[in-house]
Design a binder for this molecule. Sequence first.
Ligand code: ADE
Length: 226
Amino acid sequence: MRIDVLSAIPEIMESPLNESIVKRAQDKKLVKIYVHDLKDYATGKYRQIDDKPFGGGAGMVLKPEPFFRCIEKLISERNYDEIIYLTPQGTKYTQKSANRLSLAKNLMILCGHYKGIDQRVIDKFVTREISIGDYVITGGELAAAVVIDSIVRLIPGVLGNSESALTDSFQTESVFDAPVYTRPADYKGLKVPEVLLSGNHAEIAKWRTDIGKRKYINRNRRNKKL
Ligand code: ADE
């Protein structure tokens, strides 16, 4: 898979994309991630990438030209399955979305900043608008890191134990991950549940599913109260 990210502040993504599982996936050549700095596609003495909104109002808007230049170059080189714009107004991102996107060959992700991106960029190129939740963060970069991480861990061969992603919370309808414990079995009198020490794999599996279901139900109850 190849992922191209267009950003006004690419530095924000450096650590999330270059550590842990996403780094390992790149090292194994299972994914190639290219972060494009919009400033490299700006022209003029000041390489301006944003400007005041027409019609007035607070905040700055990312200008169309750097996006058009970068996107037109990329789409002339290959076909993209999706060109995604990260915005709080997008469709809410879920595990299902991650599963679907993990099957793509080429993805492009546009990060907004300030007040957003000039609408002409969105109208011309974007195939999907995604929100990582009903809250506003400063720019699309952290959202892009979240989306990329969730996709990359699903690419076959990325996780050492291919079971891991299948048993993630949300992969099974209505079941969360069960709590996990490691040694020592008794820490300051705080004991690991007996069943996990029993060696009875059928019972352990049942305990995990039961507790995962209960966690899911309780979380939804709490969500409703909010
Ligand atoms: N940019 C700002 N807030 C966002 C959100 N909630 N999801 C995606 N992109 C964003």
